[in-house]
Design a protein around this ligand. Structure first.
Ligand code: AMP
Length: 341
């Protein structure tokens, strides 16, 4: 069976960007491939320390993150669906160290997210931040995952994971790791035209980021629905005066059209056609604000209905499965590199 895998860090409250870029495709794929794939949705909690966090709130944030996966629609009664925490599967760190030693420093240094984040947090650039993509490669390669639903910002890291897998397969054993599919194939698998990048509401040339300190730039999944609707109403647009999908010249308007199509589960081209030629940005904002408000109210009610006991039960079986699979792969790697006979 092929494996589909994804994760969302638990360091801050996830945003609508995380929801539409990672949760939605994963949940859709989990339905579509309910019987022919293993569906691994994990919380990369060890990745959360790569930038400063509030450690006092962290544990609850992790548990909430798992409730979000369930509330987003993952079918936890499907035996092929596995939810687990990275920190409870020690093989992630063990494989990470091995992969570190087979990754040229120059190649890891080219990661644009490291360059961006290290300039944002210039007073606190850690080795962990630099090493993030190699741990991510271990997260993927341990489970032979072929498809990894991701937002556009993570595709460079996925390419690095592919390079590491190809290099190690060439050196040791052609079948050591499943090589994840390349970007084009991943995007097609998610039924998208392009990799997704939900934009900041205040600066639509940038992605909506959960670590942004500009509250109006992002919709957090815990935002009060009416407050979130107001953020959409005040989103930055442009002075063109006509509604068009044009990410280069009208990124704010295009972002709203994109959000509307994903929340309404409608084809982007159909939504674009509905609004083509219209001139009232206010009407479009009201429609999207309404969709966001309804989505959040409904989602938050579902989250509130999930108990901690349910989460514990889901994690107990997910973490057993993950350790079994990951340990078997780690043993294979240990053998290939000469650590065992
Ligand atoms: P992170 O917030 O770095 O843990 O990212 C978790 C997942 O959400 C990854 O698959 C990202 O690519 C995706 N993601 C984060 N922000 C966005 C965004 N603004 N648009 C689309 N996907 C996103």
């Amino acid at each position: 069976m092929q494996t589909i895998l994804t994760g969302v860090r638990a360091n801050e409250e996830p945003t609508l960007g995380n929801f539409l870029g990672a949760y939605t495709p994963m949940v859709n794929l989990a339905h579509e491939h309910a019987t022919d794939s293993q569906i691994n949705m994990f919380v990369p909690d060890l990745h959360s320390f790569t930038t400063p966090i509030d450690h006092g709130k962290f544990y609850n944030q992790i548990i909430k993150g798992i409730k979000y996966y369930i509330a987003a629609g993952l079918d936890i009664n499907n035996p092929n669906v596995h939810i687990y925490r990275q920190s409870r599967v020690p093989a992630h760190c063990e494989l990470c160290w091995i992969l570190d030693c087979f990754t040229p420093f120059g190649e890891a240094s080219r990661m644009t997210q490291f360059k961006e984040k290290s300039s944002e947090h210039s007073d606190n650039v850690t080795v962990g931040l630099f090493n993030y993509p190699i741990l991510m490669a271990a997260d993927i390669l341990l489970y032979d995952a072929k498809y990894i639903p991701l937002g556009e910002d993570q595709f460079q890291h996925l390419e690095l994971a592919r390079n590491i897998a190809i290099r190690m397969n060439n050196k040791f054993n052609d079948e050591l790791f499943t090589v994840p599919a390349p970007e084009k194939e991943q995007v097609k698998f998610m039924h998208l035209e392009n990799a997704l990048r939900i934009r900041s509401l205040t600066n639509p040339t940038k992605k909506m980021s959960k670590s942004s300190t500009v509250e109006k730039s992002k919709i957090s999944l815990s935002d009060e629905p009416k407050v979130a609707a107001k953020k959409i109403m005040s989103a930055t647009t442009d002075s063109e005066g006509v509604i068009r999908f044009d990410m280069i010249n009208q990124p704010g308007i295009s972002n709203l059209l994109q959000i509307e199509s994903l929340l309404a589960n409608r084809d982007l081209q159909d939504v674009i056609a509905d609004w083509a030629g219209q001139t009232s940005y206010g009407d479009l904002k009201r429609k999207v604000a309404d969709s966001v408000e309804h989505f959040l109210a409904d989602f938050q009610a579902r989250v509130a209905g999930i108990t901690d006991a349910e989460v514990e039960q889901v994690l107990a079986s997910g973490e057993k499965y993950a350790n079994d699979v990951a340990n078997a792969k780690l043993a294979k790697v240990q053998h290939a590199i000469g650590l065992s006979k």
